[in-house]
Write a protein of this length. Structure first.
Length: 164
């Protein structure tokens, strides 16, 4: 394997998460100023894996007309003109479009998968040849998730074709 789909120990992942989630200011829907050089985070979704409304739900929370994307964050580094996605959710397309508005000068540089709930990795499908046709997109995951992606389709196709 090329090493782009990476697995590192939990200490490294925890340190990165602490840096990204606790030390950086969050920006909501505000556009990034052209002169901004400090890294920052953007909240791209707050709902659990099924989003809101959830399929088949008839409760008031799902019939109110409210819509929330699945939980995800972006870490933006304007100085390098790159951003990283934390969790590739079923709302990947909308979240990518949001980042094109929030940080138009920056490009997606990689994806961190925080855990193996299905709502946190299904968005990887958009990196395949049927959609974006990404080439060598770095994806970081814990060892078991790393092994799962390599060994199980359709995710293994993304690895075999060099999308991730």
């Amino acid at each position: 394997m090329s090493g782009l789909l990476s697995s590192r120990g939990p200490g490294w992942f925890a340190r990165l998460g602490l840096f990204a989630f606790m030390l950086l200011p969050a920006r909501g829907t505000h556009a990034v100023a052209a002169s901004a050089k400090a890294p920052y985070t953007v909240v791209l979704g707050i709902a659990q894996d099924g989003g809101l409304p959830q399929a088949g739900c008839r409760k008031a929370c799902c019939t109110s007309g409210r819509h929330e994307n699945v939980a995800s964050l972006a870490l933006v580094d304007p100085g390098s003109r790159r951003w990283w996605l934390f969790d590739a959710t079923p709302d990947f397309r909308a979240q990518l479009a949001r980042m094109a508005r929030e940080a138009p000068a920056c490009s997606l540089a990689g994806v961190f998968l925080t855990h193996a709930h299905i709502g946190h990795y299904t968005g990887l499908m958009h990196l395949g040849r049927e959609a974006m046709g990404a080439r060598g997109m770095p994806v970081w995951a814990m060892p078991r998730m790393h092994d799962f992606l390599i060994a199980n389709g359709p995710w293994s196709q993304l690895v075999q074709l060099g999308n991730i």
